[in-house]
Design a protein around this ligand. Sequence first.
Ligand code: NAG
Length: 324
Amino acid sequence: MNLTNYSRVTEFVLLGLSSSKEIQPLLLIIFSTLYLAILLGNSLIILTVTSDSRLHTPMYFLLANLSFIDICVASFATPKMLSDFLVERKTISFNACLTQIFFVHLFTGGEMVLLVSMAYDRYVAICKPLHYMTIMSRRVCIILVLISWCVGFIHTTSQLAFTVNLPFCGPNQVDSFFCDLPLVTKLACIDTYVVSLLIVADSGFLSLSSFLLLVVSYTVILITVRNRSSASMAKARSTLTAHITVVTLFFGPCIFIYVWPFSSYSVDKVLAVFYTIFTPILNPVIYTLRNKEMKAAMSKLKSRYLKSGQVSAVVRNFLLLEKK
Ligand SMILES: *[C@@H]1O[C@H](CO)[C@@H](O)[C@H](O)[C@H]1NC(C)=O
């Protein structure tokens, strides 16, 4: 088949979360509020962890990194979705669409590996407490963070390699609020069976293997914790519950969209809200509201800045962190 005769699609039309015109202002208000909460909550975690030396431990460094990835996950598509609530015809250029695909797989792939690193950190802390300081050194921590970003990068470039050369010649409606891979490949005007299979295999391999690693490490930890019963174990248990909640809420939708073969695209759209909006907002809630050390550090931070009138320093810190 000679595809050069076809006119090439230069832009896609996003159908958005809902087609009802009346509901758009309401969605705009709800999602703007959620997005603002994501930015503030996660920036606050990063600020608290970096400014309190008692929180300079591997667990809190990884948590701050998770907050940073959460801001990224929430930011690659949400601002565009918010401005799209205001217009009727929501278009996105071909290149912007590929950029969104690139970032969604970079950030979610990175987040998956980071969650595994956090589980590994808890495993060492609880099951090998005497060797914790030597195993989870600063260097190992940095390496774990770098590995997360590298895996995310390799994952996303391999996914894009399948898509970037697909011919698009007519249909251009993406039934979601951002360009996601299964929805976009469906629009190509060749048979995409093999490409879809490769995408499912690629995403499925990453999400299922991370998920299995998480299940195994949390099972080992839970078995270890069950046989002890001290106050420190109660604390460990509450940390674990927080981790397991986040992991379930993040992996559930991802695995459902990419691995479950019978999912329908309209369900996928709602599930995508889970990992782009709800998980990023839940991390600050789950990790800080239930965590005494975090709460203490935050009130210390508050009184320090309020007493010395260093509001401008807070603002400056925020801006520096945003740039990073
Ligand atoms: C991420 O983790 C590294 C390594 O522990 C740490 O140096 C860095 O400050 C963390 N990044 C953030 C944003 O907290």
